[in-house]
Design a protein around this ligand. Structure first.
Ligand SMILES: Nc1ncnc2c1ncn2[C@@H]1O[C@H](COP(=O)(O)OP(=O)(O)O)[C@@H](O)[C@H]1O
Ligand SMILES: [Mg+2]
Length: 456
C-alpha cells in the first residue's frame, strides 16, 4: 500500500495508479500544460477541478523538498505549494518505485521557455531578470539558501506590467536562521553559472534578441542582486540635522514593495546611523488584502490600490473608513469589470491581471479619444480589442497552434524534445553546469539509489 505524507490531504489523489511508474501513466490522468525541462519525470495530473504537479524522485529528496516547500509556504515566500509525498510504492512485479512529490499546480504560471518561444522583447528579459532577483533576495532575507537557482527552477506570473517569480524546485535548498555573506555569494555564483548557460542556450536557439548578450545578462543578475540587497539591508549614515532621511529610507523600501519591521537607529553625537534589521516583502499586497480580500502580486496590488485611492478621492470618501471604501470599490469597480468578461475568456488571464489591463486600456482609450472613458465601457472594449486575441494561459498553451509551432515528441514532457528532432533529446547546459558545482552529500543521487535498493 502506498503511504501518503500530507498536511493538506486531497482524498481524490488516493485512487491514482501509484503502482505504475509516473512516465507510464495513462493520458487520461494527465494534462499537457507548459512547463520547463526537468531532470526527473514530472507530470501534471488532473483530479476534479484541481491540477497537481507530480515528480518522481528518490525518497530523501522528495521528503526534503516537501519540507522546504512547506517551510517556504509558512514563511509566506513565493514558491509552489507542497501537497503530499507518496512513498512505499510497489509496481505490479513487486519492485519498489521511487516516491512522488505532489505540488499544487501554480495557475497562470509561465515557464521561461514558453515566454521565449512566443518571442520576447529585450525589456521583457530585463523584467524577468528583475523578478528573479526579487525572488532571490526575498529568499535570502528569510535564510533560504537555494543551491540551484536557474530559470528552469522558476515560474513567472504576470504582475501588472512586470513579472513575479516563484520558486519551483527546492531539492538542493537549505533553510538557516540567517545567511552569511559567504553563503549568499556562493548561491549567487551558482546562479551566475546556471543563468549564463541558459542564456547561451536561448541564444543558440535563436530566441534571444541579438542585442542581448548572455554574459551581460548573467552579470546583471549579480549586480542587481547586490543593488537590491544593499538598498534593503545597508547601513546609511547622515547628519543629525537631516532626520527626515529616516522616513525617506522607509518610503524607498515601501516603494520597492517592502515593509520595515525593525529599523536600527543609532544616534551618535551629530550623526544618525540607520539600518533596516527586518524587512518583509509584500507591502502593497498586504494592504490590498486587508482592504479588499484580493490576493494579488505586488505590482498588481500597487496598481489596484492607486485605483482604489483615486476612486476614494473622486467620490469624496476621504473621511470614510478605508476598509468601507475597499468594499464599495469592490462592488462598484472591481466586480463589475470582471463580470463583463465572458466566461469562456476567463482562462486567458488571472482576474487581477485582467483588471489591471482594463485600467491600462481605459487610459489608452481616454488619451486617444480625449475624454474620460467610463470603466465598464473600457472593460467591454478591452474584451473585444485585446482579450479575445490572447492565447490561453490557464489551460494548455500546447493546444494553441499559433504558440507551439513544433510538435512535442511527448506532449506531457518537453524534456523529450520535438517530433522533428533528429538528434538526441535536448541537452540542458545549465543542468550539466550545475553538476560541476560541489553539492552537499545528500544530493548524491546514485549513492541514495544504491542505498535504497532492498538488501539481498
Ligand atoms: N507546482 C507546479 N506548478 C507549475 N509548474 C510546475 C510545478 N511543479 C513543477 N512544474 C514544472 O515542471 C518543471 C520541472 O520541475 P522541477 O521541480 O524543476 O523538476 P526537476 O527536479 O526534475 O528539475 C518546472 O520547470 C516547472 O515548469
Ligand atoms: Mg528543476
Amino acid at each position: 500500500m502506498p503511504h501518503f505524507l500530507s498536511s493538506r490531504p486531497d482524498s481524490r489523489l488516493i485512487p491514482l495508479p501509484w503502482q505504475v511508474p509516473l512516465a507510464e501513466w495513462p493520458a487520461d490522468y494527465l494534462v499537457a500544460l507548459p512547463r520547463g525541462i526537468s531532470r526527473h519525470v514530472v507530470r501534471f495530473v488532473a483530479v476534479g477541478q484541481s491540477i497537481y504537479a507530480a515528480k518522481e524522485v528518490v525518497e530523501e529528496l522528495a521528503l526534503h523538498e516537501y519540507r522546504m516547500l512547506a517551510e517556504l509556504h509558512r514563511l509566506g515566500a513565493p514558491a509552489v505549494e507542497a501537497v503530499a509525498v507518496v512513498t512505499d510504492r510497489i509496481d505490479e512485479a513487486g519492485q519498489p518505485l521511487d516516491p512522488v512529490l505532489i505540488t499544487r499546480h501554480l495557475e497562470f504560471s509561465l515557464p521561461y521557455r514558453t515566454l521565449f518561444d512566443r518571442g520576447v522583447r529585450p525589456e521583457t528579459v530585463t523584467r524577468l531578470i528583475d523578478a528573479l532577483v526579487v525572488l532571490f533576495v526575498r529568499l535570502h532575507l528569510i535564510g533560504f539558501l537555494w543551491g540551484d537557482v536557474s530559470l528552469s527552477n522558476v515560474l513567472f506570473r504576470r504582475d501588472a506590467g512586470e513579472f513575479a517569480a516563484y520558486l519551483v524546485d527546492a531539492e538542493t535548498s537549505e533553510i538557516h536562521p540567517s545567511l552569511s555573506d559567504g553563503q549568499r555569494e556562493h548561491d549567487l555564483q551558482i546562479a551566475h553559472v546556471n543563468l549564463y548557460g541558459e542564456f547561451l542556450d536561448l541564444e543558440a536557439g535563436g530566441v534571444l534578441d541579438p542585442w542581448l548578450q548572455p554574459q551581460v545578462l548573467a552579470d546583471s543578475v549579480v549586480s542587481r542582486y547586490h543593488d537590491l540587497w544593499n538598498e534593503l539591508t545597508g547601513m546609511e549614515e547622515f547628519s543629525g540635522s537631516e532626520p527626515f532621511r529616516i522616513e525617506n529610507r522607509v518610503r524607498r523600501l515601501n516603494a520597492l514593495g517592502f515593509d520595515v519591521a525593525e529599523l536600527d537607529i543609532d544616534m551618535d553625537g551629530s550623526k544618525i546611523k540607520i539600518q533596516p534589521k527586518v524587512v518583509e516583502a509584500g507591502y502593497h499586497s498586504r494592504r490590498l488584502m486587508r482592504l479588499t480580500g484580493i490576493d494579488a502580486e505586488e505590482n498588481q496590488a500597487r496598481r489596484l490600490l492607486n485605483d482604489l485611492d483615486t476612486y476614494r478621492a473622486s467620490h469624496g470618501l476621504q473621511h470614510m473608513d478605508e476598509s468601507v471604501v475597499g468594499s464599495k470599490w469592490m462592488r462598484n469597480c472591481y466586480q463589475p469589470v470582471l463580470e463583463a468578461v465572458p466566461f469562456e475568456l476567463r482562462g486567458k488571464r488571472e482576474p487581477v491581471q485582467i483588471y489591471h489591463e482594463v485600467l491600462e486600456h481605459r487610459w489608452y482609450l481616454s488619451e486617444r479619444q480625449h475624454r474620460e472613458v467610463p470603466l465598464l465601457e473600457a472593460a467591454q472594449a478591452y474584451v473585444h480589442d485585446i482579450l479575445e486575441g490572447l492565447p490561453d494561459e490557464k489551460v494548455s498553451a500546447l493546444d494553441e497552434p499559433s504558440v507551439e509551432l513544433r510538435k512535442l515528441a511527448n506532449p506531457f514532457d518537453p524534456s523529450q524534445g520535438y517530433v522533428d528532432d533528429d538528434g538526441p533529446p535536448p541537452f540542458d547546459p545549465w543542468e550539466a553546469a550545475a553538476e560541476d558545482v560541489p553539492a552537499p552529500d545528500f544530493l548524491d543521487i546514485n549513492a541514495l539509489r544504491a542505498k535504497a535498493q532492498p538488501s539481498e
